[in-house]
Design a protein around this ligand. Structure first.
Ligand code: DX5
Ligand code: ZN
Length: 222
């Protein structure tokens, strides 16, 4: 079954405890945490102390999306803070992806690589059998509330054609309209920021995405 990961980026930051509780009660499977360093992307969000606080207030899986230049250095602080899954970007400069994966596995974290809409999937090919998940970006990273880029949909299928059997997470512009397309192509985890936190009824928003995606599971027509 498809898992739904609300992105905290679109939450009301003055009421984080309430927002986290709301989506947990509303049936979210994971909490997606967008970490931005003002360097890899032109925006800054939060770091390990906030992840640690969130970890103390929820049982949801913490799915950290690191949009940062130095995931090797920050792997341990985020793992110590309670990150369960960590995605780092293949586009980070000077990256040794194998070394970061080694580090994440050593820390007991599920390793995942995030890939931008315009980066060739072949860069992931030699790494696929080491990854728990691939995070396919369906917008350019940096901000919530952007429009879904439909050209990324075939990339999900291509990833399956490369033999990848792990989780495929799609992030950016996911709502009840776009969800069926990515699920039909093979996505198993859906990030939704504005579609969930922009709706006062979080449970309703999560249910709507799940219900829209359900007929498309296992490659059936949406
Ligand atoms: C973008 C982030 C996304 C974003 C998703 O850089 O990685 O997780 O918050 O937000 P929506 O669902 O509003 O596109
Ligand atoms: Zn994200």
């Amino acid at each position: 079954m498809v898992r739904i990961a609300p992105s905290l980026l679109s939450a009301d930051f003055t009421n984080l405890r309430g927002e986290v509780a709301d989506v947990e009660k509303g049936g979210a499977d994971l909490l997606h945490l967008d970490v931005m360093d003002g360097n890899f992307v032109p925006n800054i969000t939060f770091g390990p102390p906030l992840v640690k606080s969130i970890n103390g207030s929820t049982d949801m899986i913490l799915d950290c999306h690191l949009m940062i230049e130095d995931p090797l250095f920050y792997a341990k602080p985020f793992a110590d803070a309670g990150a369960d899954w960590i995605s780092f970007h293949i586009e980070a400069s000077g990256l040794d992806a194998d070394q970061v994966i080694d580090r994440l596995l050593e820390l007991g974290v599920k390793p995942s690589i995030a890939i931008n809409p315009d980066t060739t999937l072949y860069r992931l090919k030699p790494l696929l059998d080491r990854l728990y998940m691939v995070l396919v970006m369906s917008v350019f990273p940096g901000f919530g509330g952007q429009k879904f880029i439909p050209e990324v949909v075939p990339r999900i299928k291509e990833l399956r054609d490369l033999g990848f059997e792990g989780e495929i997470e799609v992030d950016g512009g996911i709502d009840a309209v776009t969800a069926p397309h990515v699920v039909e192509a093979g996505a198993t985890v859906l990030v939704a920021g504005s579609a969930v936190f922009g709706n006062p009824d979080r449970a309703g928003a999560i249910d709507a995405i799940r219900a829209a995606a359900a007929p498309a599971e296992n490659g059936a027509e949406a």
